[in-house]
Design a binder for this molecule. Structure first.
Ligand code: ATP
Ligand code: FE2
Length: 326
């Protein structure tokens, strides 16, 4: 059995987790760098990670009830992400490598958000719908590369919801609050803009904000915003299934928490005799379980990095990775 220590440090989270080749999560420890207002300051996030990394890794080993000598693989987030944050993870791995002398594998963080679905569901070759704050992508594994079939052009789905929430003073994050208000709303027309396989959401937000200023209720606008934007995403997701002749759809990312979105995608999948899966919320944000899990798959495929060649790649793109492990 392989026992893998996963390390995540691409952005605001420093996390360590232990997962086995029998798909058992033995531990999952996370520390988040947060700010009261504004976005992430890369050097501050790295400072946070530097302060916690030793503690987080020791706790992951302790929670798993193993000894560090029981670990026989290390997987770390090699990119994409913020360079200062990634360096903290890299240095932690280098220190461990000196102590443990075990194989190491470097994981593409974006792809691990997708592969983690396989830890929970028996999916073969699905279409992935990845919807976080900044990212909205519809992806498919074609041969040995992930292809982006469709995406949001100017602003991601989560960020669009957050932007509208800010405009009507709901606070951050906006998604959950919009979902609540939408329960009591009725439909008003908003622009529906699908361009080929891509979505354009900025015009909808401008229009909805305008209607709010003209006195349309928050409830009606939240409802209509969800109905319109989720219908657009469902339309292109359906086209992705049809085009690739696949019959499984995986939803992942923070917006996957939305029940209305899940229900629309689920209905569409049923109508096509396809299966719908939403990655459990606990594992749809940044954590190290997905790094350890993908590391185990990569190790099995013979993908490791020599100690002298350990590095990071802040700009590592999803479609640059050769997928020989799924
Ligand atoms: P990434 O991991 O891609 O860098 P991230 O960490 O910003 O992105 P996530 O944590 O995956 O993103 O997702 C955050 C987004 O999810 C926010 O925009 C938030 O509004 C949205 N969100 C959370 N809950 C809900 C909900 N119930 N309905 C709609 N959106 C939601
Ligand atoms: Fe992420």
């Amino acid at each position: 059995m392989t026992v893998c220590l996963g390390i995540e440090s691409t952005a605001h989270t420093f996390a360590a987790a232990i997962v086995t080749s029998k798909n058992k999560i033995l531990s999952d420890v996370r520390a988040n760098y947060t700010t009261d207002k504004g976005g992430i300051i890369p050097h501050e996030a790295a400072k946070h990670h530097k302060n916690v990394y030793k503690k987080i890794i020791s706790k992951a080993i302790e929670d798993a009830k193993i000894k560090s000598s029981d670990i026989n693989l290390i997987a770390y987030s090699r990119g994409p992400g913020l360079s200062p944050s990634l360096h903290v993870g890299l240095n932690a791995v280098k220190e461990l490598a000196d102590d443990l002398s075990i194989p190491i594998t470097g994981v593409n963080h974006s792809i691990s958000h997708l592969t983690v679905a396989k830890l929970f569901f028996d999916v073969k070759n699905p279409i992935y719908v990845y919807v976080s704050g900044p990212n909205t992508q519809i992806l498919s594994l074609e041969g040995n590369r992930f292809r982006v079939l469709g995406e949001c052009l100017s602003i991601g789905l989560g960020n669009a919801l957050d932007k509208f929430a800010r405009a009507i003073e709901l606070g951050f994050p906006g998604g959950p609050k919009i979902e609540q208000l939408a329960l009591n709303g009725k439909y008003v027309e908003l622009p529906y803009v699908v361009k080929g396989m891509d979505l354009e959401l900025s015009g909808i937000i401008t229009k909805a904000t305008d209607l709010y200023k003209k006195g349309i209720s928050k409830e009606d606008l939240c409802y209509s915003l969800q109905e319109t934007m989720f219908a657009m995403l469902t339309e292109v997701s359906e086209r992705a299934l049809a085009h690739t002749q696949k019959n499984e759809l995986v939803l992942v990312g923070g917006v996957a928490a939305n029940k209305r979105l899940c229900s629309m995608l689920d209905i569409m999948c049923r109508e096509r005799d396809s299966k719908f899966y939403a990655v459990p919320l606990k594992y749809s944000g940044d954590q190290a379980v997905q790094i350890a899990f993908q590391g185990l798959l990569q190790f099995k495929a013979g993908n490791t990095i020599a100690k002298e060649k350990l590095d990071i790649d802040p700009m590592w793109r999803t479609d640059q990775v050769e997928i020989d492990f799924l």
